[in-house]
Design a protein around this ligand. Structure first.
Ligand code: PLP
Length: 442
């Protein structure tokens, strides 16, 4: 071996960490190709006038009222107390290599976040990140008997710049605390929980898919674990979060639109109930109806309410209609937050964006099935679509209502509003445009 070669070999060993980083970056660049193409597509599209400004117009975005904690809640938890127990190399799971075939909520990352609450120990305990593991609880735990449980649905997106973002997390935290109050479960400071979640996301960051057709679903959950059978508020609870890489949420037909079963004999929510909270008890009773829809070749359930058959939600999504109103104007309408409707963050964002665009009327109002039939007959119904974190926007092509098939022309519009909305929201979520709704995790 010549001296020169020996030096080179030495150099390589000394710099092997750089070499590894270089190889890793090259691999990542390859999987980022689709993001680059998407970015190019965006700059071509920017010419039209449906642009969004990065300043959220405060006129349209209400600030959230701070959560009032119960006076005997005890101490709160802080992200600064967070401890981390990493999975051993043998515990690490292989990451999926086909982001498009992920489905929804079938795979989970290597770690989870846990925060216990014990009134007897003075309140919230220290937050901990641990390997993903089974929970152990007493068979009398309240969650197992009275469904003392609530959850959230958020996503982490890998942006075109490689940074990981979450979308309006303060809204999820607020909604979660409102559900905790309604369930007799302890409240917490949303900011602190988001800070803990951010740490979990950075530990499992390689699980955030390297594409703009998939994301990492975040499932914060709060359960009552008191080992007593009384129907009463729980003196101990567990707040935790798991993460799951997800592709698209559900099957649609070849056009990308879904068909719905609208059967007025089923009700999802009622006045004075908890249809406006993400509590597990709202969802178990929908599963059999969903099965019935599937048996009839329909993909989702359109939940109706009342004698006038009001449209409330589609599956686990809010519903929007774009139509020509009685004054002959184009209008985007969604049911009001009257207690029957889950206050969707996608819903709120769409209302905010559409009002900021100022291209058509935007309104919160009751929509009934007779009205839908009338609008269809008069050719005034343009689009119908569901909205939510899991799917962003899901166009509707058909409703089976009282034995009749109603064909909705959502996919037949030339420049459909639901497409504009999907593009704008995903541009914000994947960092193709800067917007204060998108929060970068570092
Ligand atoms: C989660 C959910 C939504 C959508 O809320 P987002 O915050 O937009 O994800 C709508 N309806 C129901 C019933 C839900 O559970």
């Amino acid at each position: 071996m010549t001296t020169k070669m020996a030096i080179n070999a030495k150099d390589i060993f000394r710099n092997q960490h750089r070499l590894i980083r270089f190889i890793e970056q090259s691999i990542r660049l390859c999987s980022n190709q689709s993001l680059k193409a998407a970015r190019q597509k965006l700059s071509e599209n920017q010419a039209d006038d449906f642009k969004i400004t990065s300043s959220v117009n405060t006129e349209y975005s209400h600030s959230l009222e701070p959560i009032k904690h119960d006076k005997d809640l005890g101490h709160l938890f802080k992200a600064s107390q967070l401890t981390v127990r990493l999975a051993s190399p043998q515990q690490l799971q292989p990451k999926p290599d086909n982001d498009e075939a992920l489905g929804f909520g079938k795979l989970f990352t290597d770690h989870m976040l846990k925060i216990y609450y014990h009134k007897s120990l003075g309140g919230w305990q220290k937050p901990e990140i641990t390997p993903l593991e089974n929970l152990v609880m007493h068979p009398a735990a309240k969650v197992l008997h009275y469904a003392v449980e609530l959850f959230e649905g958020m996503k982490a997106y890998r942006g075109v710049d490689g940074k990981i973002r979450i979308f309006r997390p303060d809204m999820n935290m607020h909604r979660m605390n409102l559900a905790a109050m309604r369930s007799g479960l302890p409240t917490f400071e949303g900011k602190e929980f988001v800070a803990c979640l951010s740490r979990l996301l950075s530990i499992d960051s390689e699980w955030v898919p390297h594409t703009d057709t998939a994301s990492l679903y975040i499932r914060p959950t709060l359960i009552g674990i008191d080992p007593t059978l009384g129907v009463a508020s729980s003196d101990s609870a567990l707040l935790y979060s798991i993460l799951s890489p997800v592709g698209s949420y559900f099957k649609s037909d070849s056009s990308g639109a879904v068909s719905l079963l609208a059967d007025p004999s089923y009700t999802r929510a009622w006045p004075g109930g908890v249809g406006n909270r993400k509590m597990g008890s709202n969802y178990a009773p929908t599963i059999n109806v969903q099965k019935e829809a599937a048996a009839r070749g329909l993909q989702q359930v359109l939940w109706l309410y009342g004698e006038d058959h009001q449209l409330t939600e589609v599956g686990t999504m809010n519903i929007f209609m774009f139509y020509i109103n009685d004054k002959g104007e184009q209008e985007l309408i969604t049911p009001p937050l009257n207690g029957l409707i889950l206050p969707g963050i996608t819903r709120d964002s769409i209302l905010g964006l559409a009002r900021q665009w100022g291209k058509f009327k935007v309104c919160e109002g009751v929509i009934t099935m007779p009205k839908v039939c009338e609008l269809l007959n008069q050719g005034r119904l343009l689009e119908l679509f569901g909205t939510g974190t899991a799917c962003v926007v899901s166009p509707i092509s058909r409703i089976n209502y009282m034995g009749q098939d109603l064909y909705i022309p959502t996919m037949e519009q030339e420049k459909p509003v639901h497409e504009r909305i999907r593009e704008t929201l995903t541009d914000i979520q994947y960092g193709r445009v800067d917007h204060p709704w998108s929060v970068v995790i570092d």
